[in-house]
Design a protein around this ligand. Structure first.
Ligand code: ZN
Length: 302
């Protein structure tokens, strides 16, 4: 796909979101900067729009994450109640804003990651892709705008394209990492459809990517400790980001040469620290021996 084609998807999400906003929502006008964000709002029939609480955009990509339809597709579920995940995030963002003179948690977090750079995977002018320090899956990515954006309708026309470009780049980097169509679950979080003013002020659009693979033939499983104590990680977010940046650099090289995708079978992925590299062969048992051989030294993420 091209960024233009991904933009069609972003604009479809935006239209659906706009159509289902509460009639009293301040966002039910135009984009935050006064720009038109696509087709005008449409009559969606007899729905009581005030009863709609949350719109969840998500994508299950690949059989390993439960996708039953082979063709590319995403899903949108709209509910009359607030799902637990975004509700918890929103509560924490509100708490942070109140405790930090109105600053936003994810805006501050984006600034921190851009300063440190070690967990940054990719960025353009408007969006930042990072392996967050709280990541649970081996190659978790959080994609977030650098300024506070409450919901899709706040994005300018330029930012919508930059969002599409970022989504495309993240998925291409994933595919390049293990030279395979990389399975993942992605989900978009933004302001509730009938948000209170406090919720609007605290919301910050962002997108989660949660891929289950640790290695080409090894899926991460949640064992007893992870299910009943706390999540653990086989690789640190810093190492994951380094591996993903390397895959992204290979993409850039390929692009600049105008050649077909070509990645060395010696992928040079790092499983611990910045010094130790291992070759990337699609051999699960070999990978597993290599992994378990060094797993004693892998640290548990904070
Ligand atoms: Zn979220």
């Amino acid at each position: 796909m091209t960024a233009r084609e991904v933009l069609d998807i972003v604009e479809a999400w935006t239209r659906v979101y706009a159509m289902h906003l509460s009639p009293t929502s301040p966002m039910r006008t135009k984009g935050a900067r006064g720009e038109n964000h696509g087709p005008s709002f449409q009559d969606v029939g007899p729905l009581d729009m005030t009863s709609l609480r949350y719109m969840q955009v998500f994508d299950n990509n690949g059989e390993i994450v439960g996708c039953s339809n082979a063709h590319p597709h995403g899903q949108i579920w709209i509910t009359s109640s607030m799902p637990d995940g975004p509700a918890l995030e929103l509560a924490q963002m509100s708490k942070y804003r109140k405790g930090h003179c109105g600053r936003h948690l994810l805006t501050d977090y984006a600034r921190l990651e851009m300063d440190r750079r070690e967990r940054v995977v990719w960025q353009n002018d408007a969006f930042l892709a990072v392996c967050p320090w709280w990541a649970v899956w081996p190659y978790d990515i959080l994609l977030l705008p650098k300024r506070q954006v409450r919901g899709l309708v706040d994005l300018t026309e330029t930012e919508r394209f930059q969002f599409a470009e970022a989504i495309l780049q993240v998925t291409r980097i994933y595919d390049n990492l293990f030279e395979m169509t990389f399975p993942y679950i992605s989900a978009l979080h933004q302001a509730p459809l009938n948000a209170t003013q406090e919720e609007l002020d605290s919301s910050h659009l962002h997108m989660h990517f949660s891929p289950p693979l640790l290695l080409p033939a090894i899926k991460k499983f949640f064992g007893g400790y992870e299910l009943y104590a706390e999540p653990t990680r086989e690789i640190t977010p810093e190492v994951a980001a380094s591996n993903l940046r390397r895959a992204g650099n290979q993409l850039s090289d390929v692009s600049s040469n105008g050649k077909a995708a070509e990645v060395s079978s010696q992928g040079g992925l790092v499983l611990e620290g910045s010094q130790e590299s291992i070759s990337c062969r699609r051999d699960g048992s070999s990978w597993w021996r290599r992994l378990t051989g060094i797993s004693r030294r892998l640290r548990v993420a904070a």
